[in-house]
Each structure stands twice: as C-alpha cells, then as structure tokens.
Ligand binder design. Structure first.
Ligand SMILES: *Cc1c(COP(=O)(O)O)cnc(C)c1O
Length: 502
C-alpha cells in the first residue's frame, strides 16, 4: 500500500514515510492509493472480535510496511483498560430523542475526555516506529494548532515519548477554561504550550507555513530534528478513526439494531472534517452506509458547501459553545475532493489554490452530485445546541456535551425533514464535563457557580453523571505554561522552545 499526495500524485510513499512527514512537501495531504476492501466474511468475522482485534485487522490493511507484531504492539499499548476504562474504548449508548432512536458512539472515555484520544493514544506508537524505519535517527518535533481538544490529547499522547518534542498553539480566547487548564498544567519534559492572539484558523495557517518552510526545515535538520504533525492532516490520525466506525457497526449488529449487511446512517459533529472523513473511508472499504450527516455549529461553511457546491470561507467567524468546531477551513475536505474527483490531483490542487488566493472555490457538477448523494449538511445555532442538551437530559437523563448536542440536533432535523428512519450512529465527541459552563447553563437550573470546577460539582449534583477522573484530578494543579504570542512570532517561539534560538 502506497500513499499519494492529493496535490501531486506522482509522489508516492510508504505509510511510515507518510506518518513521519505528516504532510507532503507540495502542501498536499497523503491519501491511500486505493481503499483496501472489507469482505462480507471479514465483517462477519469481526462481530465476535474485541475492539483491539478489529483494530489490528483494519490497520494491517493500510500499514503494509509494518509487521503484524508492530501493529499489535501499537494497538495493545494504546487501547488499554487503564486508559479507556474498559476493553471497548468506544461503546454505544442508545437513547431515544424526540421519538427516534439515536445510538451515541461515546468516543471520549480516554485520558483527555475527547474523541481525539482515540487517535492520539496510538499515533505516537505509529510515529516512533515510523521514525525507526525512515527517520534517519532524527527527533520528531510535533507542531500542533488546536481548537482545544487536539492540543491536550496530543500532549498526553506524546509526553515523554523518546525522540519526540511537542509544541502546541491554541487561540487565547478560543478554548474553554477547562481546556486551557488541561493544557497549561501538562506534565512531561518534552512539551511546550503557548497561546496565540488570533483564532484557530490563524494558528493552523501559521503552523502549516512553518511546517512547509524550507529554511526552517534546514535549521531543524542541522540540529538533527524534523517536523511532524499530530493534526488530523496526518494519516496516522485518520486511520485509527476508521476503526471505530467499523467497530460500531459490528456492535450495532450484535445489539440487534441492524442486520449484517444492512445500511446505517452516520452523523458526525464536524470541524476539520477528519472524523467524518474517517467514516467515509470506512464506507469506501465496504461498510454499509446510506448517508453521512455532517453537523456544523454557527460556523456553517460545510452546510453551505454540501448544499451548493461552493466553499466560501469569506464570512464571519463565530466563537461558540462548541469551540472544537469553530473552524472555517476544514483541511480534510481536500482528501474527499481528491477521491470524488477520481484521484485528480490537478483538479484538487486547483480548488486548494483558489481557497488560498480567493478564500473560495466551486466544485465540478460531478463532485457536487456525488457529495449530495451521500452527504447531508445541517447546522445548529447556539440556542438549538443548548435546547438539545436540555431536552435530551429531560427526556432520557442522558447528559451530552455541546459538540455532541450539535450532532443530535442536526440528526433530529434530518430525520424530521427526510423521514429517513435508517438506524443511525452519532459520534459523541467529548465528555460533557469538559464544557461544564455551557452544559450547566443549558440545563437552566438556577445560579451559575463562579469557577469551572464548582460548575463540574454542581453538574454532578444535578445529573449524577460520573465525573471523569482526569478532569476531577485537575483541580488544584498549578499551571506550568501561560505564554501568549502574536501569530507573526510563532516561528521564533518554536525555535526558542527547541533551544535552537536564545
Ligand atoms: C475535534 C473535535 C470535533 C471536530 O472533529 P473534526 O475531525 O475536526 O471534524 C468535534 N467535537 C469535538 C469534541 C472535538 O474535539
């Protein structure tokens, strides 16, 4: 299995190279040259398997330059009961909402309480093995731009991993108090955290620029280091996400919610388009899916895109209660366009160039038709998001976070608008306690306490929902980091954090 760049498919690398490098030198993203197929028999065989065995089978179809032992080692080190609380790190929770059954795929039982752990607990293992194969003895410098959850999950995944250093940038006013405290208290000798004055897109753009700047690469090279990425542009992030959709399908069959071979719908609260793309890749492998419901918050650039074929980031940016989805440039959409254009690198590059120069592009009729046959886009504004948290709790005594609420709200709208009653899985992407202020506010139960931790306690009193240990233990930890920088200075911050510049 080789991987091509979406913007120059003459570039062809093995998975270790794709993972170590993160992004192609031409600025394109690595995609598998074709999708390995999952036969009906294989899917049937997986029904009886543990999550880890399902993961090993799926991952081995893609990392063909890894041995079975290496893959098993990665999977067994990542998805432990100790880290995820159970042998199934991604359990399904069926709830009934406004009369429809929704199956919430809880992806937040890991160490940082967001779905990012599903990928970022295994990525460091993929990466250290990849570096042994292709890194030439260099240390990897992981640069991360985060809208909140990736940063903490990456810090936790990479902390004290040998031959790696990790630097995280987050928008100073764009993350929740809990997210900020999670990152600023991070332990580990190879970690550095810095806020930037700007939004997530500013952080992501600057990181991409530093990343692809030949002069900076040269400086790192002289110090025996190389950049790598833990953002969802890295193939090693997407691959583990394919696993849980296939695993969820198996669980749906085992729970009698669908018959083997029958189609399901999948709803994903979407920001950078990584999580929903992984679901689409599962479909390309043969997973029976009828529709992907792409849920956005008020930053609804994807809703408009799916409905019109025009992607236009020239619009107001909103800071919402679902900050991990406050994104106007959804990087992984590039990979979908590449596949839907029939692996046309020139066409994909054309769209991305237009996005860079004009902030806008319009896809071909052929792509638009394919997208609309498979995807449905909708968004939930702040009021609908809050109302959904409130109503789901009132109806089912089930507490969901703001991002999951966006997905539930959009899925509910989809069902009412289309009458489609295909069994549906909804990606539930964070613990409600990670966004206590907004979640508690949505429940509308009297006065709000002052501190985020008191809100956690209050939320627990009201709902009885268990507070995840990693969040409970944050109380009383002192911050190690607190720097804020301008986006123009990020490159200097990186070089100083690496000890290259004084
Ligand atoms: C990152 C994140 C999302 C968005 O996922 P993408 O892969 O960027 O589309 C949604 N919800 C939560 C809680 C997240 O952390």
């Amino acid at each position: 299995m080789y991987y091509n760049s979406t913007q120059d498919k003459s570039k062809s690398v093995a998975s270790a190279q794709a993972i170590a490098q993160g992004i192609s030198q031409d600025g394109g993203l690595f995609v598998p040259e074709s999708f390995p197929q999952l036969t009906a028999d294989e899917l049937k065989g997986m029904l009886k398997m543990s999550y880890r065995d399902r993961a090993k089978l799926i991952i081995s179809k893609y990392l063909t330059d890894f041995t079975q032992e290496e893959i098993a080692d990665c999977v067994d080190s990542a998805y432990t009961v100790e880290k995820f609380g159970s042998a199934n790190p991604a359990p399904l929770a069926p709830v009934s909402y406004n009369g429809a059954e929704l199956n919430l795929l809880e992806l937040w039982h890991g160490p940082t309480c967001a779905f990012k752990d599903m990928a970022l607990q295994i990525l460091p293992h993929f990466l250290t093995k990849s570096l042994k194969k292709v890194g030439g003895g260099k240390d990897a410098v992981i640069l991360v731009a985060t809208s909140g959850d990736t940063g903490k999950a990456a810090l936790e995944g990479f902390r004290d991993v040998e031959h790696t250093k990790i630097i995280v940038f987050y928008p100073v006013d764009g993350v929740s108090a809990m997210q900020k405290h999670q990152m600023n208290t991070q332990q580990g000798d190879n970690v550095y955290v810095c806020a930037i004055r700007g939004n997530f897109d500013d952080a992501q753009t600057a990181v991409k620029r530093i990343f692809t700047d030949p002069a900076t690469a040269q400086i790192l090279d002289e110090h025996n280091m190389m950049f790598s990425s833990a953002n969802s542009i890295n193939w090693g992030r997407l691959l583990p996400q394919i696993v849980y959709y296939i695993s969820a399908y198996c669980d749906m069959v085992n729970m009698g919610k669908t018959a083997l071979g029958e189609k399901i719908n999948i709803t994903v609260p979407t920001g950078n388009f990584g999580n929903i793309l992984a679901a689409y890749y599962a479909y390309e492998m043969g997973l029976p899916v009828n529709r992907f419901i792409c849920a956005s918050n008020s930053n609804n650039v994807l809703t408009d895109f799916i409905r019109t074929g025009v992607y236009n980031k020239n619009r107001d940016f909103y800071t919402t209660v679902s900050p991990s989805m406050d994104i106007l440039v959804s990087s992984n959409l590039e990979r979908l366009l590449y596949t839907l254009s029939g692996n046309n690198d020139a066409e994909t590059k054309g769209y991305m160039d237009a996005l860079k120069s004009e902030g806008r592009y319009e896809v071909s009729d052929s792509i638009k038709t394919k997208i609309q046959a498979l995807f449905w886009g909708g968004y939930a504004d702040e009021n609908s998001t809050r109302a959904t948290i409130h109503d789901l709790f009132e109806q089912q005594n089930y507490l969901c976070d703001t991002h999951t609420a966006v997905a539930v709200s959009v899925c509910d709208a989809y069902i009412r608008e289309t009458g489609d009653n295909t069994p549906v899985v909804i990606a539930s992407t964070a613990s409600p306690y990670k966004f206590s202020k907004a979640v508690l506010g949505a429940l509308n139960r009297g006065e709000m306490p002052e501190s985020e931790f008191d809100m956690v306690d209050r939320l627990h009193e009201i709902t009885g929902a268990e507070v995840p240990a990693p969040l409970a233990s944050l109380k009383g930890k002192t911050a190690r980091f607190g720097d804020v920088t301008d986006k123009e200075d990020m490159q200097g911050v990186v070089l100083r954090a690496l000890g290259i510049e004084a």
